[in-house]
Design a protein around this ligand. Structure first.
Ligand SMILES: C[S@@+](CC[C@H](N)C(=O)[O-])C[C@H]1O[C@@H](n2cnc3c(N)ncnc32)[C@H](O)[C@@H]1O
Length: 396
């Protein structure tokens, strides 16, 4: 393997020296084979293990199944067709490779599935650099602690959350072969006293990020599986364990319960208890939450309830749902009306007024711009400083 990888005798000699010094062969040659793919592995970065291919297979199988009976399947094999027989475009499967290391799991899922929106996270800068090389244009790689660097817009949207977290109990690290113990980062291996500290943190937040019917997949040892199942169940996910003798692999899967049908049958009504739901705020994204919040404060005269970095909330005078603003670094200004391929507005605010002219003048003084296109007489469309359209309207 080394002689195939080396381009010169000097390079071969250097590689042999590094291997003799105990470096994993994958770090010496610079790549590992994973799910039939060649994954670049930089010095110090966790070498993807063969057993993790089992987690990838499980994740790919789940991604190809519909999340609930009325869902569209993510697999092209069951692609729905329109009335005219034309295939209907399906949304991509949203995959997050948490604790991605080299990015091997994410890359393998992109290769296995038809359309994937991939996001990957690691806390180790060397792993992030390596994953960026492997993932390239196939997805986004973020540096940070678990979910912290992910865009907030991913909340409630993740179909597959693959998290091969560190899970070796601290006391057992000294028993690992030198290749791992010395040449892989401690942060890639050490899972705390029982090995499940990181897993517990992932499980606790997973249901916030998973789409209804979405799945969390974590690798554990066979011995740890019952405790991991408990952690997954505590976060409201439906747990199960799958294992492969061939690969000595154990994976705990937690599934977020799918949404119930809109109109339950009378029989289902009897057994179903609607949980308490209260709409507390509409949230607008902005490149600067503080600036946009200040504009709406001038416009509406609402009171400031919360102002912290990246987040601002205004309270309505009579109570009810608030208006919040959050900073989104990757914010794309909408075009209204949107043409093909334009960023659409997705949502807009309707504001009732008594006098369109007076309210319009006030809006412009606050920083709004009258939209070029005006579709109705009793409504006037304005754009806020970030391009979100809002309507001033009067009852006729
Ligand atoms: C066992 S390795 C798995 C790497 C990769 N998923 C794979 O299967 O090859 C665990 C990875 O988790 C990363 N990690 C550890 N703690 C983390 C944290 N709090 N947030 C993000 N990544 C973390 C480590 O840097 C390491 O790359």
């Amino acid at each position: 393997m080394l002689s195939a990888a080396a381009r010169t005798p000097a390079e071969l000699a250097a590689m042999v020296d590094r291997r003799v010094a105990g470096l994993p062969i994958e770090q010496v040659v610079g790549w590992a084979e994973f799910c039939g793919l060649r994954i670049a592995v930089d010095p110090g970065v966790f070498v993807p293990r063969r057993r993790t291919e089992f987690l990838v297979r499980q994740a790919a199988d789940l991604a190809r199944q519909p999340a609930r009976p009325d869902d569209q399947p993510a697999s092209p094999a069951r692609q729905p067709v329109s009335g005219t027989g034309q295939p209907i475009a399906l949304p991509p499967t949203v995959v997050v490779d948490l604790c991605c290391g080299s990015g091997a799991v994410g890359v393998a899922l992109v290769a296995a599935l038809d359309q994937v929106e991939l996001h990957a996270v690691d806390i180790d800068p060397a792993a992030v650099r390596c994953a960026r090389r492997n993932i390239a244009a196939r997805g986004q790689v973020y540096e940070g602690d678990l979910f912290e660097p992910l865009p907030v817009a991913l909340r409630g949207r993740i179909d597959i959350l693959a998290a091969n977290v560190p899970y070796i109990p601290t006391e057992e690290i000294r028993l690992l072969p030198a290749e791992a113990r010395i040449h892989e980062q401690r942060v890639a291996l050490d899972g705390g006293a029982d090995g499940l500290d990181v897993l517990r943190r992932v499980a606790a937040e997973a249901s916030l990020w998973l789409a209804p019917g979405g799945h969390l997949l974590v690798e554990t040892s066979e011995r740890q599986a019952p405790t991991a199942v408990d952690a997954v169940a505590r976060s409201g996910l439906i747990p199960r364990v799958v294992s492969s003798d061939e690969l000595s692999a154990t994976v705990v899967i937690g599934t977020r319960p799918a949404l119930l049908p809109d109109r339950p049958s009378a029989q289902e009504d009897d057994v179903m208890q609607q949980p308490q739901m209260k709409l507390t705020a509409t949230v607008l994204d902005s490149p600067d939450a503080s600036e946009l919040g200040a504009f709406y404060r001038r416009l509406l005269g609402w009171t400031l309830r919360q102002d912290e970095p990246g987040w601002l909330t205004l309270s309505a005078p009579g109570g009810g749902a608030a208006l919040s603003f959050q900073t989104e670094a990757a914010y794309v200004r909408p075009t209204w009306p949107a043409g093909p391929g334009d960023q659409q507005m997705m949502t807009h605010l309707d504001i009732e007024v008594e006098d369109l002219d007076a309210a319009g003048a006030h809006a412009v003084a606050a920083g709004a711009v009258l939209a070029a296109f005006q579709p109705q007489d009793d409504v006037r469309v304005y754009l806020d400083p970030d391009g979100h359209p809002f309507c001033l309207w009067v009852t006729s």
